[in-house]
Design a binder for this molecule. Structure first.
Ligand code: PBG
Length: 306
């Protein structure tokens, strides 16, 4: 009689690869989530594969930042090396999706190129397409642009097609809100903006209609999967996107949503397992076809037990 069945097949596990470290280390603001050196990424992903989680979403933390995010598209970059290692180790058993953005790589911590204190949309597209192409060259199955610059899905699609990567998919962070729930992630990825905020490119949490327009644009430009992010405060948006477009829809259960449950559980205020499963089931009930979540491995284990 249960209408909504959460399955391990719905889950995507984020993975943070960090340059310049030798041992994996726990991210203080996100208990149970680790920075791993790229030499350790195959080992770190083993439990993901063994648990039957179909995909990872890779984030890179480089040693060097510069105004043009040059390490983001280097063939020797931390993500590029990790992708190659993962695909060599697991082949088709693991779908490797890469986050395409500049904020971990720019000195400004912004997702685009900065000039005179503002983030420039169009000059950022060129850099983003280079990043996406370098991920495809390294073997990524799908790229996930999270920058929210206008026109980047189309630009990346054209660049990938032109380089012979027609088969590489795009999961676009289509409706990404300027949210406080990214706090722990920015601490984990060292990507806090050095001035201002992301409201010139991310969306106002008050805007639902605009979210639908953003999604429509990304589908038009060639997005294979559209994402709503964060998930929990935006369940209505997930539902509207799914109903309006019937397109494959992802939801990102972001760092703050995770850390909030973890912190409350540690204080004995919430039951972690019951709360996390309720959250994930609700995101699926809202209409998400896949859920990117730091609870992926725990949820996969819990699903096996019931
Ligand atoms: C980078 C990016 C962010 C997240 C994913 N990609 C942070 C941001 O936009 O500031 C957030 C993920 C999370 O909070 O779990 N653009």
């Amino acid at each position: 009689m249960r209408e909504t069945q959460l399955s391990v097949n719905d889950l995507v596990a984020p993975l943070f690869v960090r340059e310049g470290i030798t041992e994996k280390s726990e991210i203080p603001s996100m208990p149970g989530v680790f920075h791993v050196p790229y030499e350790g990424v195959v080992e770190e992903a083993r439990s993901v594969v063994d648990l039957g989680i179909p995909a990872v979403l890779l984030f890179g933390i480089p040693l060097k930042k510069d105004p043009n995010a040059s390490s983001a598209s280097s063939s020797e970059g931390v993500v590029q090396q990790a992708v190659t290692a993962l695909k060599e180790a697991y082949g088709d058993r693991l779908v490797v999706i890469t986050d395409v953005c500049l904020c971990q790589y720019t000195t400004s911590g912004h997702c685009g190129v900065v000039s005179d204190g503002s983030v420039l949309n169009d000059p950022s597209l060129d850099l983003l397409t280079k990043v996406a192409r370098s991920h495809a060259e390294a073997g990524a199955d799908m790229v996930a642009p999270s920058d929210m610059m206008d026109g980047r899905v189309g630009a990346i699609r054209t660049a990938l097609d032109g380089a012979g990567y027609e088969h590489i998919g795009i999961m676009s962070y289509a409706a990404k809100f300027a949210s406080s729930f990214y706090g722990p992630f920015r601490e984990a990825a060292y990507s806090t903006p050095q001035f201002g905020d992301r409201r010139s490119y991310q969306m106002d949490p008050a805007n639902g209609e605009e979210a639908l327009r953003e999604v429509a644009l990304d589908i038009d430009e060639g997005a294979d999967i559209v994402m709503v992010k964060p998930a929990l405060p935006y369940l209505d948006i997930i539902r509207r996107v799914k109903e309006r477009f019937g397109h494959p829809t992802a939801a990102y259960n972001v760092s703050g949503e995770y850390s909030m449950v973890k912190a409350a559980a540690r204080s004995g205020w919430l039951d972690e397992r019951a709360t996390a499963m309720e959250v994930l089931t609700s995101i699926k009930r809202a209409g998400a076809d896949l859920i990117i979540t730091y609870f992926a491995k725990d949820a996969a284990r819990w699903l096996k037990e019931v």
